[in-house]
Design a protein around this ligand. Structure first.
Ligand SMILES: Nc1ncnc2c1ncn2[C@@H]1O[C@H](COP(=O)(O)OP(=O)(O)OP(=O)(O)O)[C@@H](O)[C@H]1O
Ligand SMILES: [Mg+2]
Length: 675
């Protein structure tokens, strides 16, 4: 054996980080012993760390140069045998002029080759002795044992690290669980017992931790009415989760709807569900309110649409009925009383009046009724009606009137209010075939916000309630009660326009109406009327009907675009003794007004084609002839603001179709008014 030679001078290569240990390490010592064993200048211990070779010990070489011996180690690893390649070796891949090498594999405890111990010389040799070979294999076993020791040591470190990480994770989880504002409960999969709960959950359910943990989930859960229909829980397993809505119970016994989100976890080594519980009472209430508001909005949009449709038709009918009634009244004058002709005309007049009533209801519903709003003392009006109703409603029904104290005046058309209340009282009577009580009451109400009531604007209202103890309405009937022509009554008994009229009247007046009804228990209709700004109520002023009425000799200008209506009005007024001038539109009327003719009063239609409306005409007329009296006639108003609300506007409006008596009375009244 010769001592290892000094290294030949070679260019230095950069040393990679983490380069293998050499002297001082066990593997470095093994490399050195192997070189001594063969009296060779170079040796190395390397392990296969695919895709690279990792040199863990060298002798006579720098660790970063040893990679060149890969081919030797690879052969040893592949064959797991000692390579006795001791002859002359001219393989070009062998570096540093190596001519002799011997390699022993490092084996793992289960016999896999992990690396090799390799000895090299630049001088060829003839052979390797048995003891040398045995000693080299012993060194390779030593290297393997060292590797195993290192691996076990690394395992222990890793284990210690994992434990620390686990503890850290558990602490974070604890923190997130305990401090979480969402109530969280952990329960065992099989026993369904509560294993843990956070503060928020204890607050939600109202338990102390001691009382809560260990409780069966059945103590906090209300079984659904149809437990069989409940979908089964999913099988517990990694990544499994489910969502449920259920009814839960607090310790106080109070229940609440709960949104449950559960995830499968392992808790204390046992399969468990981690559930996040949310009290969704508010959310459900908000959803219900939203749905209700949407339904109400749809309902009022539907009524709005039908209103548009009916309004136009009713307007045309009004003019026709004015013509029919007017002509009947003229003909009646020429018939001797009790004659056959007079009787026939009376039948026609009644039919036409019934037609006029229906049209009027339709116009009310369509909010196209020409309203004559006054400040009305609603209590006085109802008091007067009550005496009348009590007599006519039938003996088996008790009628009561409960007037509210200090009732505000309402700004409404009193004749329309009478019709509306009549419709409601008749409905109440019809709902009580076996008798009962109708109560009409009034009181002041202030509405602060329109929450849930799309129709109700905030403000002050005079509330008129008509309540009965009758059959009540099913939800289906209630949903359609305001629809025009919706009736549950036998043919001929009801037209289905009563509530439609009430609805339109309330809305057009700037109020609203609502029905509360319980099948079998009765119905309440709440009619909200707008409060009048001024406190001085005026007496309602129902026009005279069916009489000839007072006449006069003044001069009257009639402005009306419908020729047939114009002819009737002219005939009536002449019959009453007046001097009459006629105009077919506003322009013609202005022509006459600017002329010399005497005119004491102008009777003008409200809605006219051809540029000027009745209101615009009256403004210009008053400029030409200040002090001129003006009476408007209309069966139709574009909206509730026409004519403008005011103290006297109600008196200046004649609603079509009007009877001759009303026409005569209004004209006389205006002509006789001072100033
Ligand atoms: N007080 C009530 N109690 C029970 N059901 C009612 C009441 N008021 C109205 N209804 C129901 O609403 C439907 C519509 O009422 P509405 O007043 O619009 O028409 P009508 O009474 O049937 O006919 P009309 O009033 O035109 O003669 C009625 O047919 C009835 O089914
Ligand atoms: Mg009715």
């Amino acid at each position: 054996m010769t001592e290892p030679e000094a290294e030949p001078a070679r260019p230095a290569l950069p040393r990679p980080p983490g380069a293998a240990a050499t002297s001082g390490s066990v593997h470095g010592d093994i490399a050195m012993l192997a070189a001594r064993l063969f009296a060779a200048p170079m040796s190395l211990v390397a392990i296969a760390a695919p895709p690279r070779l990792q040199v863990v010990g060298v002798c006579g070489l720098a660790a970063d140069e040893a990679g060149c011996a890969e081919v030797l180690v690879e052969t040893a690893v592949r064959d797991a045998t000692v390579v006795w390649d001791a002859g002359v070796d001219d393989r070009p891949v062998l570096p540093w002029g190596v001519r002799f090498h011997v390699t022993a594999p490092i084996l793992s405890p289960d016999g896999r080759a992990l690396g090799a111990v390799c000895v090299m010389d630049r001088t060829p040799r003839l052979g390797v002795s048995e003891p040398q070979a045995g000693a080299l294999q012993a060194l390779a076993r030593l290297a393997g044992a060292e590797l195993e020791r290192q691996r076990q040591a690394a395992d222990v470190t890793a284990h210690v690290q994992t434990e620390a990480q686990l503890r850290e994770r558990e602490a974070s989880f604890r923190y997130l669980f305990d401090q979480n504002p969402n109530p969280m409960v952990v329960c065992a999969v099989r026993s369904f017992r509560v294993l843990a709960a956070n503060e928020a959950a204890l607050r939600l359910y109202g338990y102390t931790r001691e009382a809560f943990v260990g409780l069966s989930v059945d103590n906090i859960r209300v079984p659904p009415p149809d437990a069989a229909a409940r979908p089964p829980l999913p099988a517990h397993g990694p990544g499994v989760s489910f969502v449920r809505v259920a009814t839960h119970r607090r310790r106080s016994g109070a229940t609440f709807p709960a949104d449950i989100r559960a995830s499968a976890i392992v808790f204390g080594g046992r399969p468990a569900w981690l559930t996040v519980v949310r009290d969704i009472t508010d959310q459900q209430r908000a959803q219900a309110q939203l749905a209700e508001a949407e339904a109400k909005l749809r309902q009022s949009q539907k009524l709005e649409a039908i209103g548009h449709l009916t309004g136009g038709i009713a307007h045309d009918f009004n003019n026709l009925l004015t013509v029919i009634l007017g002509n009947v009244e003229l003909l009646q004058e020429s018939q001797p009383p009790d004659s056959a002709g007079a009787e026939l005309l009376a039948v026609v007049a009644r039919a036409a009046e019934r037609g006029a009533d229906l049209t009027s209801q339709l116009l009310s519903f369509a909010r196209r009724q020409a309203l004559a709003p006054h400040q009305v003392d609603v209590n006085a009006l109802l008091h007067k009606m009550h005496a009348l109703l009590a007599r006519s409603i039938g003996e088996h029904i008790v009628t009561a009137f409960a007037p509210g104290a200090d009732l505000w005046p309402a700004l409404i058309d009193p004749a329309q209010l009478e019709t509306a209340v009549l419709n409601l009282v008749v409905n109440a009577r019809d709902a009580m075939p076996d008798g009962g009580t109708i109560t009409v009451s009034t009181r002041n109400v202030s509405i602060d916000s329109a929450a849930g009531q799309p129709d109700a604007a905030p403000g002050d209202y005079v509330l008129v309630t008509v309540a009965d103890t009758g059959t009540g309405m099913t939800a289906d009937v209630l949903g359609r009660a305001f629809d025009p022509f919706f009736t549950t009554k036998e043919p001929g008994k009801g037209s289905g326009l009563g509530l439609s009229m009430v609805y339109g009247f309330a809305r057009q007046s700037g109020g609203h109406v609502r029905i509360e009804s319980v099948p079998g228990a009765g119905t309440r209709v709440l009619l909200h009327l707008p409060r009048a700004a001024h406190e001085k109520p005026q007496a309602p002023d129902p026009g005279e009907r069916g009489t000839r009425g007072p006449g006069g000799h003044e001069s009257i200008l009639v402005v009306e675009d419908d020729a047939r209506v114009r002819a009737i009005v002219e005939a009536h007024l002449r019959g009453l003794g007046y001097h009459v001038l006629v105009a077919g539109n506003g322009i013609e009327a202005l022509d006459i007004l600017m002329g010399p003719a005497r005119i004491d009063l102008m009777l003008s239609d409200m809605v006219m084609p051809g540029g000027l409306t009745g209101l615009q005409l009256s403004e210009q007329a008053l400029r030409i002839r200040p002090g001129l009296r003006v009476l408007f006639a209309s069966g139709y108003s574009q909206d509730a603001l026409e004519p403008p609300h005011g103290q006297d506007d109600g008196k200046r409006l004649l609603r079509k179709p009007y009877r001759r008596g009303e026409l005569a009375a209004r004209i006389r009244e205006l002509l006789d008014a001072p100033g």
